[in-house]
Design a protein around this ligand. Structure first.
Ligand code: BEZ
Ligand code: FE
Length: 290
């Protein structure tokens, strides 16, 4: 195949890619090539702009480490993560909605018993969280596993803190709901935070005149053998950035009251010398279709 030009190159690449036996790969690569070429044609992309794009993607790759995932940030800030989440988690009305996973989940979080404090002594306003995991019929989902992770009261995750050993987990936990699906634990109230913006994705946001902030939230991943895995957040009613989340993750059904209480007895009947917050949030899981 010779003498390809702007009119014939797309078909030539598609023909060259036609020999894979993996049908899904074939479909994805065909669509990717068609859309990339259409993008270059539509924008009449210049060589300098193409070079800039390559430099940008190179920088995105180069800043990645085991704890810094710039490609996820890129996907999140372009809305691709929310699109993929939305199209893969269409659920019956009444199920808890999913939202973006984000880059700050880590494997191997410590296990805690129900009622324990997962904050590892971080300073902050005490927060008592409880709720029930149920299925779409309203029946409790017994013994579901809940993974929880959150930022601290300055808006940082443990993995973002220089000098902290990767095994010094803070404010992340694995808990198991009881036989009636109930769960409860103590932590501290997380703050809003900017997504990491000292790299190429931050530069992109700045160039687009966008802010990097996320509204305050708590992450949950809920796993039960007969149900679809739920990856979601609980956001704070009345909090900042609910309508301009840098990663487009807010859903109205995931916004809840984080209720403030004066100093006094905490929900466990123990004295709490400072004001504290409570959150009551139930999760409704979608059964897996078999
Ligand atoms: C997060 O909520 O942890 C998050 C999600 C997307 C980008 C950055 C952080
Ligand atoms: Fe987060």
């Amino acid at each position: 195949m010779r003498n390809l030009d702007e009119h014939t190159i797309t078909q030539a690449v598609l023909a060259r890619n036609a020999n894979t036996s993996d049908e899904r790969l074939q479909q994805i690569m065909t669509s990717l090539v068609q859309h990339l070429h259409a993008f270059a044609r539509e924008t009449q992309l210049t060589e300098q702009e193409w070079e800039k794009g390559i430099e940008f993607l190179t920088a995105v790759g180069q800043i990645c480490t085991p704890t810094r995932q710039e490609f996820i940030l890129l996907s999140d800030t372009l809305g691709l993560s929310t699109l993929v989440t939305a199209q893969n988690h269409k659920k019956p009305e009444g199920c808890t909605e999913a939202t973006v996973f984000g880059p700050f989940h880590v494997q191997g979080a410590p296990r805690y018993d129900l009622g324990q404090d997962i904050s590892c002594g971080l300073p902050g306003v005490p927060w008592y969280i409880k709720g029930q995991v149920r299925d779409i019929s309203g029946a409790p989902v017994p013994n579901a596993i809940l993974e929880v992770w959150q930022a601290d009261d300055a808006g940082f995750y443990d993995v973002q803190k220089p000098g902290l050993d990767p095994h010094d987990y803070q404010a992340r936990a694995i808990l198991q709901a009881d036989s009636e699906g109930f769960y409860h634990f103590k932590t501290i109230v997380p703050e809003c935070y900017p997504i990491p913006h000292d790299g190429p994705v931050g530069k992109m946001l700045q160039a687009m005149n966008r802010h990097p902030w996320r509204p305050a939230h708590l992450h949950f991943m809920i796993i039960s053998p007969d149900h679809e895995r739920l990856v979601t957040h609980v956001f704070r009613e009345g909090g900042e950035y609910l309508d301009s989340d840098a990663v487009f993750g807010v859903r109205s059904s995931l916004i809840a009251d984080w209720v403030e209480h004066p100093a006094g007895l905490d929900p466990y009947g123990l004295p709490c010398p400072t004001y504290f917050f409570t959150l009551d949030f139930d999760f409704v899981l979608n059964p897996v279709s078999r």
